[in-house]
Structures are given as structure tokens and as C-alpha cells.
Design a protein. Sequence first.
Length: 228
Amino acid sequence: MLPVSARVGNVKNHDYNVLLRPPRLYSRREVLVRPSPVPARPGVYAWYFREVPPGVPVHGCNRHDGLALLYVGISPSKPPWNGKSPSKQSLAGRVRYHFAGNAEGSTLRLTLGCLLTDQLGIRLTRVGSGDRYTFTNPGEIRLDTWLEQNAVVCWVEHPQPWELEELLLKTLSLPLNIDGNDRHPFVATVRACRRAARAAADAGQCMTDSGGPRRFRGTSGQADFCQG
């Protein structure tokens, strides 16, 4: 039940609780098929993990079927106050990108890759012209595999997802979230890990990110998602 003292804006008990006790969790493979089960609508998504990256504290985290809820995100982001056009992204685009994009466009992939650098044998690298940072295609593929084995996701549609996200960050322990989560003691560790990885990348060689395109093939045999 949603604490009365913690309610924010237009947030309903159902929207809050469905992320804590989801009727179903979806794997990477299930999300990337066409048609995707993820709706092209605004909302909040929640990431549960089987194996937790080294050092991530799970005490106090929400548990469901033995899995730990470590991260939540929204799409689209909150409209800017400066008059710029609001984001047109949706749940479908963001969830799919976290599963099959790269660290330059996914803060979740960036955090996980930095925390898993030694375990997966990957490292953040400057690519292309030098102003983008990824784990290179071979490294991102290793992260894809880890996500397939250890991460599942659920979501709930919401017209103003930033309100529900604010409430989740206020009432739950979410060690992989950074923005709006300064109260969590692990945030400083995540920031330091990411800064160190970026500093090492800046000191290292810039690469073309060769390694071939990453493709996921669904049951139809067609390339449903390609990240070059």
C-alpha cells in the first residue's frame, strides 16, 4: 500500500504497487521480439535482477520472486522548463534501448558496465570522433548476454511518469538510480565508478568501434533490432 504521507501528484496505489508486485516480468529476448509487448506509451519501468553486480547493496530493496528491484526509469522525461520541446520517447523505445543499445545512450547500461568491468572483461572506451563513450560492440555484446541472463523488466503506463518515479525514489531503496536519488548511500560509489571509467577512457585510445553490428533475431528469423 502506498504511504499516504508520501503521495505525489496523480499517483494511484495500483500504479505504485504493480511495479512492486508485477504480474509478469519480461526478459531481454521477450522485449526485443516484434511486435514488442512493451507499449509505445508514457510510463515507468522497473528493473529486477537475479545476479547483482559486485558491491551493490540489496539490503532494503524490494524483492519479488527472489529478484531484487535495483533501478526504475521513465519515458518520456519530464518536460523542460525552458520552453524546449518535450521528449517524444515512449516505454517501448527506452526499454528496448536499455536492453540492446549502448552505454552512450543508456545510463543503466553505463552504470552496469562500469560495475561489471572486471567480471565481464570490458571497459568504457571513446569511440568514433572521440566524444562518445561505449564498451565497444564486443563489450556491449557481453553486457547484452549478462542482461539476458540476469535482468527482467516490468512497466506501468502513466500520463506523468516523473510523478510516479519521484515517489518510487522517495520510498524505495534503488541503488542503481542516480538522478533524484542523492539520499541513497550507494549513489556516491556509482558516480565515482563512472568518473573513473570515463577518466580511463579519456586517457586511452579512441577506437572506431569496429566489431560488426549487433543483431537480435526473433522467432521470425528477421532482424528485429540492430545496433551498429
